[in-house]
Write a protein that binds this ligand. Structure first.
Ligand code: NAP
Length: 290
């Protein structure tokens, strides 16, 4: 397939590289800046950095148009493309975990019914901080896919060509799916950041914190790999050791009051996870406001 990438950043460039090695042809890359598109072309090893006018020409012959800009730019780009002459058989894709594929029809609702364009979204459930990491992790990621019949034919073919692991998702459930990903990835980072703060306040050196926190957290993640989250839980809540919990709360309040609420809320959901009575309700343990 002849592929255009609009937005060859972390995901677009690394997925573009995989497409290229999987036998597809990247015929052009359009980024906000031409210099950035040129860098992406060099990484992908194929294609040309396009100006707006060159993009208009390539749209006439592309089989697949990847719109991998930030989510909030996808609509305006599709609206622009809809004002150009596009290969009638081309399929459009994006890789957002939040937005439905139908956003690729453009702003006009009526467009959806009349438009025969195939659309699909293919989302890898992982965080890609840069091109090199994307090359390593995207082939092993779990993807969810949804879209129109014609779009899904192409999407499934790409998954087979690249030997990807994928499952279908109801587009209406994507915000829920995306929220789950935020909890497990972004908020995990937040939690580790907060733990870092408390360790600093406990007088542990920076270097020791980095090593020991990484050990601790990655150990827990390894434990969870083949088991259910509730079965690997250790610590005071799992033991029902409320005296320890009370001491924690007292000490956090003294040293970093901002984090008291976080500890409490997570305590509440930890008791819920293991089916214990919620002793964190009412703003304090044992239902007492403290
Ligand atoms: N990164 C992740 O971990 C990850 C994971 C799963 C899914 N996704 C999804 O992948 C998509 C891309 O995310 P990303 O992290 O790869 O973004 P990114 O690294 O910020 O790259 C975005 C690219 O879009 C280009 N761009 C922005 N506005 C544009 C415009 N108006 N016209 C043309 N190009 C434009 C930028 O060009 P310049 O370089 O010139 O600024 C940049 O190359 C999003 O839908 C995101 O939800 C990302």
């Amino acid at each position: 397939m002849k592929v255009i990438i609009i937005g060859a950043g972390r995901i677009g460039a690394s997925f573009g590289y995989l497409l290229q090695t999987g036998g597809h042809e990247i015929i052009g890359v359009k980024n906000k800046s031409k210099a950035s598109a040129q860098r992406a072309v060099e990484k992908i090893g194929q294609g040309a950095a396009l100006s707006r006018q060159e993009l208009v020409e390539k749209l006439k012959v592309a089989d697949l148009v990847m719109v991998t800009t930030p989510d909030d730019k996808i609509s305006e780009i599709v609206d622009y493309i809809n004002s150009c002459q596009v290969n009638r058989d081309s399929v459009f894709m994006h890789m957002s975990g939040l937005l439905p594929a139908e956003i690729l029809y453009g702003k006009e609702k009526k467009e959806k019914k009349e438009n025969k364009r195939g659309v699909f979204s293919l989302h890898p459930l992982l965080s890609v901080p840069d091109f090199e990491t994307g090359l390593k992790t995207l082939p092993e990621a779990n993807y969810v896919i949804e879209g129109s019949d014609q779009g899904l034919k192409v999407g499934h073919k790409i998954c087979r060509d690249l030997n990807l692991s994928w499952s279908s998702i109801d587009p209406e459930k994507k915000p829920l799916y995306h929220a789950a990903a935020v909890l497990a990835a972004n908020y995990l980072v937040t939690l580790i950041g907060c733990s870092y703060e408390l360790l600093e306040e406990a007088g542990i050196s920076d270097e020791k914190i980095k090593n020991s926190l990484l050990e601790l957290s990655s150990g827990v993640l390894k434990n969870i790999k083949d088991k259910s989250p509730e079965s690997v839980l250790t610590g005071p809540v799992a033991r029902g050791d409320w005296e320890t919990v009370a001491l924690h709360l007292e000490s956090i309040k003294k040293n970093n009051e901002d984090l008291v609420e976080l500890y409490r809320v997570l305590g509440k959901y930890t008791t819920r996870l293991i089916g214990k009575k919620n002793i964190f309700k009412g703003g304090g343990i044992d239902g007492q406001d403290s």
